[in-house]
Write a protein of this length. Structure first.
Length: 244
């Protein structure tokens, strides 16, 4: 194989590897609140799962109030060509110090990554990012780049779908099922836990704006066939160089 052909093969393999890229998403619980299994999606710029100061969809409401990702999975599935991949991380609640991961495949056309998960011991608190809040994009110059995002209390959201009564009757983790309306229906920064309000505030782990709550990491995973092909091309170039 001459040098020109080897370079061409190397270029072709590189270009093909970026057409569809496999990524691994991992969430780590760093804070005091249990987290529900994370919903994630890879999409184009039109699929926006929530907007700050906007009203929560049925999908965000279900996640923020009970950690139920089924409605959001349905919304993603109905989005057609706007969404290339979506899912829910495996397992149950993610406790402090625990993590959960899953794999997905997407391309640069659908490179926007969004996610949402419940702050498990709240009325309707959640962590998440969308196209409009962060525009987390998984590619740069045609190449996968991924990201690692530390989430603090400054980006803990109140879904605006349920009043923060802090009463056992309204808190799912205590067996409650009440759903008292919130007078402020806008998605906004969560006020954390308010001492003395409700009958169960002391059972709700608190945080402040600077508390580390979670880390979400998305990294590309090289395909085995691609790595072998790149190795062959690189070996051909090295052999050609030694002969010259």
């Amino acid at each position: 194989m001459n040098r020109a052909l080897a370079l061409a093969a190397l270029f072709a393999l590189s270009a093909n590897s970026f057409a569809q890229t496999t990524f691994r998403v991992t969430v780590e619980n760093l804070g005091p609140q249990a987290l529900s299994p994370l919903f994630f999606s890879a999409s184009d710029h039109t699929f926006n799962i929530f907007s700050l100061d906007g009203t929560a969809s049925a999908g965000i409401k279900a996640i923020a109030e009970g950690g139920n990702t089924a409605p959001m999975m349905g919304i993603a599935g109905a989005a057609g060509g706007s969404v290339s991949a979506f899912g829910t991380l495996p397992g149950g609640p993610i406790m402090m110090g625990q993590s959960s991961s899953s794999m997905f495949t997407t391309d640069e056309t659908h490179g926007y990554f969004s996610f949402a998960m419940m702050l498990g011991q709240t009325n309707d608190g959640f962590l998440g990012e969308s196209v409009s809040t962060s525009s987390l994009f998984l590619f740069s110059g045609g190449q996968p780049r991924g990201f690692s995002m530390l989430i603090t209390g400054l980006r803990a959201w109140d879904a605006g779908t349920e009043a923060n009564t802090q009463n056992a009757a309204d808190l799912g983790f205590l067996g409650g099922s009440g759903n008292p309306a919130d007078s402020n229906t806008a998605i906004r920064i969560h006020d954390s836990i308010v001492p003395g309000i409700g009958d169960s505030w002391a059972l709700q782990p608190d945080w402040d704006l600077n508390t580390n709550l979670a880390r979400v990491t998305v990294e590309s995973v090289p395909e085995p066939a691609t790595m072998v092909g790149l190795g062959i091309a690189a070996a051909a170039l090295l052999k050609r160089k030694r002969r010259s």
